[in-house]
Design a protein around this ligand. Sequence first.
Ligand SMILES: CC(C)(COP(=O)(O)OP(=O)(O)OC[C@H]1O[C@@H](n2cnc3c(N)ncnc32)[C@H](O)[C@@H]1OP(=O)(O)O)[C@@H](O)C(=O)NCCC(=O)NCCS
Length: 201
Amino acid sequence: MNWDVDPQALPGCSIEGIRVVELRGRDEAELQRFFAQAPDYFLAVNGEPATPNEAREELQGQLPPGWRCRRMYWLGYRDGQGQLVAVVNIAADLLALGVWHIGLLLVDSRLHGTGLAQRLHVDLEAWAVTQGAEWLRLTVVLGNAKAERFWPKLGYVTVRTREGIRMGRQVNRVAIQVKALAGGQVDDYLRRVARDRADAQ
Ligand SMILES: CC(C)(COP(=O)(O)OP(=O)(O)OC[C@H]1O[C@@H](n2cnc3c(N)ncnc32)[C@H](O)[C@@H]1OP(=O)(O)O)[C@@H](O)C(=O)NCCC(=O)NCCS
């Protein structure tokens, strides 16, 4: 499929003046600059600012060994001047069919508290449903206060907390959170994704 011309291939954006593009290797320097403008996030999750190769490594889209997904997207949300105002990393059918994993949703800090993040998520969710998503999944680093407040407001629930997760210079405690998009029950989810059960090894 040619992802550039299929209008369903990328989410829409209901915020006036913002368009969604897929970020690729050529956007590395711009993504790196965007990361550099968000030191608070990287300090909260990695204990250090974005590393010099952060954007390159992210755009390569490597998953942990043994993991696979159907399709990974790096989405860029551009304003009328073409500047990035937000980026999203989302993987389709990770761990199980119908489970879409949000690896990152990062909004320009100047736009925090404006509702942009929530509207962006509404559009993302609607698009994911059209593409077969039944669940959204993500990992929240405990201590990332904005994220801890944000996701539950949107209907995410914690299915498992894990300790001792090394990220950058830090060892984190994380919450794995999910949101049902097609009326599913958490028990159904945990039957599909055994590794997210509270008692999984
Ligand atoms: C997580 C993140 C996307 C959330 O964005 P945000 O702008 O802080 O979140 P919101 O859109 O909910 O806005 C925050 C506040 O603005 C308020 N607000 C102001 N105007 C608003 C409007 N027009 N519509 C909706 N909410 C509005 C909200 O009510 C909210 O207040 P509350 O926290 O007291 O409930 C953002 O903080 C971010 O990019 N963080 C860094 C990256 C990160 O941690 N990502 C998550 C891990 S993957």
